[in-house]
Design a protein around this ligand. Structure first.
Ligand SMILES: C[S@@+](CC[C@H](N)C(=O)[O-])C[C@H]1O[C@@H](n2cnc3c(N)ncnc32)[C@H](O)[C@@H]1O
Length: 247
């Protein structure tokens, strides 16, 4: 979708429409996907400062974070399920791109020290049912001590009556309040419908309980948006791998 849009208009004139299954639509220009670090909100720049070692930029979009990390000399792989996003990232200079989902890439045998989920990509947890599996796939690619650095959005801070109704409807259906069923549209193009999870830091911590990740830091610039740091708990394999000989 990114590629199709770029062929038609500059990012400032390209409108991304997010449609929710209750009929609510939200439109915004695509400029933010191409913004330079100087124009990012401070917690996004902090995310870059926290990235270390081999980095997997999960859902890289137009590659703005991968480009900034590359410029700092970090080895970064930019992963996206959208062929257009991968094409645009490559055109903009991202050297190492992978087309596919986290599930696809988890089978490739690569290891990473940092997983970057920016642009609200903590939403890729999808739902309470899917989150443990998604986190296990990241754990399968994690080096000892690896971290997930993720931009989340707390749905409970919204006071828009349409959002409040949607959260209540989700609860009535046995879903987490912030589980959104959405699709992305641009002109006559539409993605498939997919699940996207907005959760509070407390809900995130609860989701992590059965996983090998723990929430070690939360910071934010406003009541809705936050930066979450998830650190991988050492498992038996890590202890074996890092043990000094004779210890
Ligand atoms: C909201 S954009 C964020 C882009 C970028 N991280 C940024 O902040 O500019 C979400 C991106 O995640 C990608 N995406 C969605 N689901 C994915 C999945 N399961 N695996 C990999 N990428 C995915 C989309 O194609 C899209 O490019």
């Amino acid at each position: 979708m990114l590629r199709a849009g770029l062929a038609l208009a500059p990012a400032s004139a390209m409108v991304e429409i997010v449609e929710r299954d209750d009929g609510l639509i939200r439109a915004a220009t695509a400029e933010r996907y191409f913004a330079e670090p100087a124009d990012w909100v401070p917690f996004e720049r902090r995310a870059l400062d926290l990235a270390a070692g081999r980095v997997l930029d999960v859902g890289c979009g137009a590659g703005r974070h991968a480009l900034a990390l590359q410029a700092r000399g970090l080895p970064v792989t930019a992963l996206d399920v959208s062929p257009g996003a991968v094409h645009v990232s490559r055109q903009r200079g991202v050297g190492n791109t992978v087309l596919g989902t986290v599930s696809d890439h988890a089978a490739a045998g690569e290891r990473y020290d940092t997983f970057l989920l920016m642009g609200e990509n903590l939403g890729l947890l999808e739902s309470a049912d899917r989150a443990p599996g998604f986190l296990a796939e990241l754990a399968a690619m994690a080096s000892p001590g690896a971290r997930i650095i993720a931009h989340g959005a707390d749905p409970h801070q919204a006071d828009d009556p349409a959002h409040v109704r949607y959260l209540r409807r989700n609860l009535e259906r046995g879903r987490m309040p912030g589980q959104m069923t959405i699709r992305v549209r641009h002109r006559d193009l539409a993605s498939r419908w997919f699940e996207y999870l907005l959760c509070s830091p407390d809900e995130l911590a609860a989701l992590l309980t059965p996983t090998t990740w723990e929430l070690t830091d939360v910071s934010g610039v406003d009541p809705v948006n936050y930066l979450a740091i998830l650190t991988r708990r050492p498992g038996p394999a890590d202890v074996t791998a890092t043990a000094t000989p004779g210890s």
